[in-house]
Design a protein around this ligand. Structure first.
Ligand SMILES: [Fe+2]
Ligand SMILES: [Fe+2]
Length: 328
């Protein structure tokens, strides 16, 4: 039995429940100003199943330092679940170094797949297509293959988002892997799609998230300055451009342009960060596949907290509707 299974999931606690000396991994800790003066502490933590935000009121970083705890440590906390805005919020009443014997590795929330095997599957498929093609230009799948191989270590470790979907270690690989599987099947249904282009774009559409965000060893995902100023669509198109320019005459310039267009348009409209709307069938399909995976992830994740017959307290971020878990 894994260490985390010795304890009740924090998501299963009800309002007004409290638990004492619950070991958790402290992901990040920051002091914030209270509206009515003074300060409180904002904590991000995980029980090994999910990440949680929690608050410790009327205190400051000096107190945290005096308790001998810091981000990246396993700590024991006394937690009380309170009602807030039709949902739950966690109040921490006590925090101390853990007596449980748990290590940070026992708590890391990571993708439920073997990320190395998934990486090999995606890159192997791209390489096989490139190797099977002859002609004036090398297949654009070779460009996607090389960008992934160059960035493998970061790509398989990174989370895919700060919140909302795939905000876990290996999340970017998990997201890409499932989209790649969908794209492969959809190319068999919609046979006019350029599968080389679609599979290449799926593989690298979010690659620049490795620069847009950074994932700490304890799984804390935050935006970089570069990421905040430019975003992963522009940065991704730039990676494609740089690689193509470094290998002149290797790839068809038309395909390079279309691949850049797909990266730049995969968020559909400017409010969501797209530089242009999708102008090709492949670009439109990339957007749909991206949406399918992001939304399915939200359902899967919410299902973890719901009992059969239960509905969410509020509409989860990224969806338009409440989530209901059907009876078994
Ligand atoms: Fe994206
Ligand atoms: Fe995506």
């Amino acid at each position: 039995m894994a260490f985390k299974d010795n304890y009740r999931k924090i998501s299963e606690l009800d309002i007004n429940d409290s638990v004492k000396q619950r070991p958790v991994l402290l992901i990040s800790v920051a002091e914030r100003a209270q509206k009515n003066g003074g300060s409180y502490i904002d904590l991000k933590m995980t029980d090994g199943f999910e990440k949680f935000d929690a608050k410790m009121f009327n205190t400051d970083m000096n107190f945290i330092e005096n308790q001998n705890v810091a981000a990246g440590d396993v700590v024991d906390v006394d937690i009380t679940v309170q009602s807030f805005n039709n949902g739950k919020s966690l109040r921490i009443d006590k925090i101390l170094p853990s007596q449980s014997g748990g290590t940070p590795a026992d708590f890391l929330v990571s993708a439920p797949i073997d990320v190395n095997a998934a990486f090999d599957k995606v890159t192997g498929h791209l390489k096989a297509i490139a190797d099977s093609k002859q002609g004036k230009y090398t297949s654009i799948t070779d460009l996607a293959y090389n960008l992934l191989v160059k960035n493998k270590d970061q790509f398989i470790f990174a989370g895919a988002a700060k919140g909302m979907h795939h905000d876990i270690i290996g999340g970017l690989m998990y997201h890409t892997y499932r989209m790649f599987a969908s794209a492969t099947l959809l190319c068999q249904v919609y046979k006019t799609l350029d599968s080389e282009l679609l599979l290449s774009a799926v593989a690298i559409h979010d690659l620049a998230k490795i620069r847009e965000m950074s994932t700490s060893p304890s799984g804390d995902i935050s935006y970089t300055v570069e990421g905040q100023l430019m975003g992963h669509l522009y940065m991704g198109a730039e990676m494609v451009n740089d690689y193509a320019n470094a290998h002149p005459d290797k790839y068809d310039p038309e395909k390079v342009m279309l691949l850049k267009h797909m990266v730049l348009s995969h968020h559909l409209n400017p409010e969501w960060g797209a530089v242009r709307g999708p102008a090709t069938a492949e670009a439109q399909m990339l957007h749909y596949i991206d949406q399918i995976d992001a939304k399915m992830y939200v359902y899967e994740n919410r299902f973890n907290d719901l009992k059969p017959g239960q509905v969410t307290e509020k509409v989860p971020f990224g969806l338009e509707n409440y989530v209901y878990k059907p009876l078994e």
